[in-house]
Design a protein around this ligand. Structure first.
Ligand code: PLP
Ligand code: ZN
Length: 409
C-alpha cells in the first residue's frame, strides 16, 4: 500500500528550527507560525497528475501533501472541488478578457474556512486533542465548531458581537462553547490566549496551529488543476489573517517541487484589503517586511477585519516573491462590486470576495493587469451569509387584489 501522507516535519520560516509532526506543536520558540513540510521527492514517485484525475473532487484528493497520516481520522463533509468559472460579462465591463471566479461559497458552511477546519480538526483528532479554543471573525468559528462537533472535540469560540449573526448561530447549533466580545478579533484573541495558558487547551487561533493553512492551500492546487495545470497570471485574494494567500503561495511552490508546474514564473499574488483595515497594504507601500497594528479598523467585509496578522511577514513575502501587490478598496467599491457580480453574473458573493473584483477593476484601470491576462478572483464565501450588506429600497408592497405592470426595460 502506498503511503497516505508524506508529511515529514514542521519548520519555522523565521529561524528554521524543526519540530516533530507527531505531537502537538503551536508556535515556534521564536514566536513565528510553523509550516508543514513534506517529503516531496518521495511523494513524487506515487503522486502524479494522472493518478489525481481518477480521484473524487474534494480536497482530500491531495492527501499525499496533507498532514493527516491515517485516513480514519479524516473529518469531512465533502469540502473542496469548488467551481472555477469565467465571468465574461463582468470581464467585459472591466476590460478583462479572462476574468474568473474561484467560488468558495459553494462549500459546506458557506465559506472557504471549511477547508482549514476540515484539515485542522482532522489533524487535531489524530493528535488526540479533546478541547480547542479560537478567536474568530465568524466564519472560521462556525466551520471549526461544526467540524469539531463531528470529531467529538469541544470547541470554545470567542467572536466579536458585530460578527455576522449567522456565524454565531452556526456555532450555537453545533453545540460550541460560544462567547461574544464587545471588541475586535484582537480582543477575542487575548481571551483565548488566557484560556489556553490557564487550561492547556489546544490553541486553534489563526496560524497558532500549523494545519489550517494546509487545508487552505488546496485552493492553490485546485485553481491550477482546474486550469488544466496552467498557472494564472494574477490571483486576487481578500486578505485578513492571510492564511489563504500564504497557503496558495505554499501550494505553488510545492507543485513546482512535485514537477507539476514549471519553475520560474508564478502568478502575481494580490493581497486585497478594505481601506478601513489595510495593515498589509500600508506595509507593502513602504516596502516593509512586517505590518503595524491598524488602529480603529472597520469594514463590512468582516472576515478581513484583522488589524495585525501573526503571519503578516509571510503574506508580504508571498506578494514580493511573485511580483504581486497589495491594494485597498473602499466600502463603496466593495458594495458596488458585490452588486455587479450579482446583477451581471447571477452570483451573490460575500463582501470579502467582492473586494477582489473591485481590486481587479482598479488594477486594470491602473494598467497593472493587462486586458488578456488570466485573472482569478477568490470569492471566499456566500453572500447569503451577509444579508445586512444589501439595503433594499423602493420595493412596492401590494395589497391582495392589486395589479401591477412590469418595469419597462
Ligand atoms: C476569514 C475570511 C477571509 C480572510 O481569510 P484569511 O485567509 O485569514 O486572510 C476572507 N473572506 C472570508 C469570507 C473570511 O471568512
Ligand atoms: Zn522560529
Amino acid at each position: 500500500m502506498t503511503q497516505f501522507s508524506f508529511i515529514s516535519h514542521l519548520e519555522c520560516p523565521k529561524c528554521n528550527e524543526r519540530y516533530e509532526e507527531n505531537k502537538i506543536q503551536q508556535l515556534c520558540k521564536c514566536g513565528s507560525p510553523l509550516l508543514v513540510r513534506y517529503d516531496l521527492e518521495k511523494a513524487k514517485k506515487s503522486f502524479s497528475k494522472e493518478e489525481l484525475s481518477k480521484r473524487p473532487k474534494n480536497l482530500w484528493r491531495y492527501h499525499e501533501v496533507l498532514p493527516v497520516k491515517n485516513k480514519e481520522h479524516i473529518v469531512s463533509l465533502g469540502e473542496g472541488g469548488t467551481p472555477l468559472q469565467p465571468f465574461t460579462i463582468l470581464g467585459e465591463k472591466y476590460g478583462l478578457e479572462n476574468l474568473h471566479i474561484k467560488d468558495e461559497g459553494i462549500i459546506p458552511t458557506g465559506s472557504f474556512k471549511t477547508r482549514g477546519a476540515s484539515v485542522g480538526v482532522s489533524k487535531a483528532k489524530e493528535l488526540g486533542v479533546t478541547r480547542l479554543a479560537m478567536p474568530t471573525n465568524g466564519n472560521a468559528g462556525a466551520a471549526w465548531a461544526l467540524y469539531a462537533s463531528k470529531a467529538n472535540i469541544q470547541a470554545t469560540i470567542v467572536m466579536p458581537i458585530d460578527a455576522p449573526l449567522i456565524t454565531r448561530k452556526e456555532v450555537y447549533i453545533a453545540g460550541g462553547d460560544l462567547h461574544l466580545i464587545n471588541g475586535l478579533i484582537s480582543d477575542a484573541g487575548k481571551v483565548v490566549a488566557h484560556l489556553v495558558r490557564e487550561e492547556g487547551i489546544y490553541d486553534a487561533s489563526t496560524l497558532k496551529e500549523p494545519y489550517r493553512i494546509e487545508g487552505k492551500k488546496t485552493m492553490g492546487y485546485e485553481i491550477v488543476e482546474q486550469l488544466g495545470w496552467k498557472v494564472p497570471d494574477v490571483i486576487l485574494y481578500p486578505t485578513g489573517g492571510g492564511v489563504g494567500i500564504i497557503g496558495i503561495y505554499k501550494a505553488l511552490l510545492e507543485m513546482q517541487e512535485l514537477g507539476w508546474i514549471e519553475k520560474g514564473k508564478l502568478p502575481r499574488l494580490v493581497a486585497v484589503q478594505a481601506e478601513g483595515c489595510a495593515p498589509i497594504v500600508e506595509a507593502w507601500k513602504k516596502g516593509e517586511k512586517e505590518s503595524v497594528f491598524f488602529e480603529n479598523s472597520a469594514t463590512c467585509a468582516f472576515g478581513i477585519n484583522v488589524p495585525k496578522a501573526l503571519g503578516d511577514f509571510l503574506v508580504l513575502e508571498a506578494v514580493y516573491a511573485t511580483d504581486g501587490c497589495a491594494i485597498a478598496v473602499s466600502e463603496n467599491e466593495i458594495l458596488e462590486a458585490q452588486k455587479q457580480v450579482a446583477s451581471f453574473e447571477g452570483n451573490f458573493i460575500c463582501p470579502e470576495g467582492a473586494s477582489t473584483f473591485a481590486a481587479a477593476k482598479k488594477l486594470r484601470e491602473q494598467g497593472w493587469i493587462q486586458e488578456e491576462e488570466l485573472v482569478v478572483c477568490l470569492n471566499t464565501g456566500l453572500g447569503v451569509k451577509y444579508p445586512e450588506t444589501v439595503e433594499i429600497q423602493g420595493v412596492p408592497i401590494l395589497q391582495p387584489g392589486e395589479t401591477i405592470s412590469a418595469k419597462s426595460i
